[in-house]
Design a protein around this ligand. Structure first.
Ligand SMILES: [Fe+2]
Length: 392
């Protein structure tokens, strides 16, 4: 086994109702003046109160800033940082989907690192640990609460860029399925599929290891057995619990084994066409899996098994390809678009998208099968037309 490093937040609090612990946890971190970072929707729908009440119970001062926008540009975090820099907050709490959590992570390190936020882009470019922070996801999910990266849109070139640093791991992550109950079906579907992509990509990644493999397979099992129910019966708590745990596990696996070509091909769709991250990933997943399947038949057959597919009597290759079909079916069942035309991409865009994706070496080098710009273009081409039937 090659050298591996495994990182998670030092404290994970999980379970239905666990948000009630947040006041005590804030106290243990020495907080007196707390800033809650979120978006307008969560501030208006009352979810914020589930976090504020336990903090107030511990006599903590709490301010709320609800200015995070979806798929945030760097300007979003810069503006918020400018407003709060001199306010003396000693704890940040990020509440929301990946956007609010990523903004909170970077706000923390912006308080202790001078210079333009863009100087932090890349791997381990953050010199100093930031203000303590707690992350509370309300989607299931991006897994951002357990990963040490944060993704932003650079509006100068419309490219998504990542800040990667262990200082982006929270002091505490609290994962409470009850907070995900108000997610509408389309968000449940897109974020749930994103989590499944994290699990499948990290399980089959070059950097995967025995530890991340076990975690990723359990994530695939939990998400694929409950995603349809969570989408179509939003109040089904046990389906929501499976998704919350599955997303957490997928995030831990992604944080340590990384992801691959699905994310690399999805980022240009987010930057240029504003396709939500989960939708872009989910749409591309079957097409990239179809390309990758031959690189590790055993692992893709395991994916099919974890998804509850009947693979007895099938050859290894058939079993592996069954995973691709099952993934495509799940994506259709939860209402994700099945081709790139549906999200506004045209034939003439393909070459530019492939060029853009081919630059994301950080992810492509971790994909189980090599790709050049030609293979990337071929995958986009298939996805443009929704042609998946060529398998097997
Ligand atoms: Fe993702």
């Amino acid at each position: 086994m090659s050298l591996s490093i495994f990182r998670t937040p030092s404290k994970l609090i999980m379970g239905t109702g666990s948000i009630a612990q947040i006041g005590q946890e804030a106290k243990k971190l020495g907080a007196t003046k707390v800033l809650l970072v979120t978006d307008k929707i969560l501030n208006q729908n009352g979810l914020v109160q589930k976090v504020v009440a336990p903090l107030k119970k511990e006599d903590l001062s709490v301010d709320i800033i609800d200015e995070v926008i979806p798929e945030p540009p760097f300007e979003n975090v810069e503006q918020i940082a400018g407003k709060i820099r001199d306010k003396g907050y000693d704890l940040f709490i990020g509440l929301g989907g990946g956007s609010s959590l990523d903004v909170t992570k970077v706000l923390s390190v912006m308080m202790t690192n001078s210079g333009d936020v863009r100087e932090l882009v890349g791997i381990e470019k953050v010199a100093n640990k930031g203000t303590p922070f707690i992350l509370v996801p309300t989607t299931a999910g991006t897994g951002s609460e357990v990963t040490y990266n944060a993704i932003f849109t650079d509006t100068r070139d419309n490219v998504k860029k990542g800040i990667v640093s262990p200082y982006l791991l929270p002091d505490v992550a609290i994962v409470d399925a009850e907070l995900t109950m108000s997610m509408p079906p389309s968000v449940t579907a897109a974020t749930g599929m994103d989590a499944l992509v994290h699990a499948v990509e990290s399980y089959t990644a070059i950097r995967s290891n025995e530890l991340t493999d076990g975690i990723a397979l359990q994530a695939i099992k939990l998400i694929s057995r409950s995603l349809r129910q969570a989408v179509y019966q939003g109040q089904n708590l046990s389906a929501r619990e499976d998704l919350a745990m599955g997303s957490l596990l997928a995030g831990i696996s992604l944080g340590n084994a990384g992801v691959g070509a699905v994310h690399a091909l999805a980022y240009p769709l987010g930057g240029k066409f504003k396709v939500p991250h989960g939708v872009a990933n989910s749409l591309l997943l079957p097409f990239v899996m179809k390309y990758n399947v031959i690189s590790n038949l055993e692992k893709f057959a395991e994916v099919a098994r974890a998804m509850g597919e009947q693979v007895e009597g099938l050859s290894l290759r058939e079993a592996a390809e069954q995973a691709v079909r099952a993934m495509a079916q799940l994506s259709v069942d939860v209402g994700i678009p099945t081709d790139l035309k549906q999200v506004g991409v045209k034939q003439e865009d393909i070459a530019g998208l492939a060029e853009e994706a081919s630059k994301i070496d950080r992810l492509l080098n971790n994909n189980p099968r090599w790709l050049t710009v030609r293979e990337i273009e071929a995958i986009y081409q298939e996805a443009l037309e929704g042609r998946l039937e060529v398998i097997g």
